[in-house]
Design a protein around this ligand. Sequence first.
Ligand code: 1HN
Length: 356
Amino acid sequence: MTQHSAIDPAVMQQRKAYYDKIGSRKLAPLWEVLHALVIPQPKSACQPALWRYDELRDDIMEAGRLITAKEAERRVLILENPGMPGQSRITTSLYAGLQLILPGEVAPAHRHTQSALRFIVEGNGAYTAVDGEKTIMREGDFVITPSWTWHDHGNDSDHPMVWMDGLDIPLVQALDCSFMERLPEDSQPLARPTGDALARYGAGLLPVDHEVRTPTSPVFNYPYSRTREALETMRRADEWDPCHGLKLQYVNPATGQSAMPTIGTYMQLLPKGFTGEAYRSSDATVFSVVEGKGHTMVGEGSTAERFDWGRRDTFVIPSWVPHRHHAPDGDAVLFSFSDRPVQKVLGLWRESRGNR
Ligand code: 1HN
């Protein structure tokens, strides 16, 4: 903004008339908006927020009595960032929701250009089928639906299943490249046995003539049992990061890049008694608590908030907001996701530790 208070009212009036005139020719003065467009550091509409699972579980189950998975197409409660109401986003660039599928239900097959992740929050035994292969989902599993792959879900178990969906919807929206199709059948035909992708690509091996054709990982279920075991084995080396504890990123084994091109996914272990140092990064991050309880101090000084979290809770930390994780009472495990791979490939990503 220019300093209007110091400007001669006659000049102001001339400028206003000029803006109106050029406005009718689809022109606008940059100098009136420049300082709001290019700011010294991120100032996001995204707010820190916490969703406690024990407070919202009844609401999810009530949706199960109001509408079927099939009628809804996807029966999901959107985790809506309170700073961006009505925009179906948890951060500026990402969508998240909690999806319920009851025993015997199916969520019919469709595909879209948006990439999706599922992070399993409650229950074991429902399946998702992706591009001709089914995988059975268990708590803590990280499951991928790559862009433009057919996917349908079903629950052949005897209990409800809830998972968190993370999609790059706002990002795709910003680029105006949403495409979507439905299959006439509820379930897609299967082309390969369950477990094929993990065997083929997830054992430190690749088919001898494997060609990388898409940026998304060919492994589409990263089972929690393996992830947890990796963290447990690593802890013996005792090399804790002062901000993150032990933190791993999920990778595409065929490229070494992030498992999904638009969404970075991570799992971290905070050991009992962990007192994290302050950390901030330019990628707003969504956390899902897999094990244990603890708290995260969000922000600095008098405006700092404390998020007390436990198993199955979700919280979000906006871009460039300092935060510290604490796990005073026992080990805690956090899954997280953000748009970091996009920021990195564009050369935009930044982080800082401590008071820098
Ligand atoms: C979608 O396809 C799923 O496949 C979940 O489970 C959530 C939110 C918006 C658009 C598509 C799914 C979605 C979605």
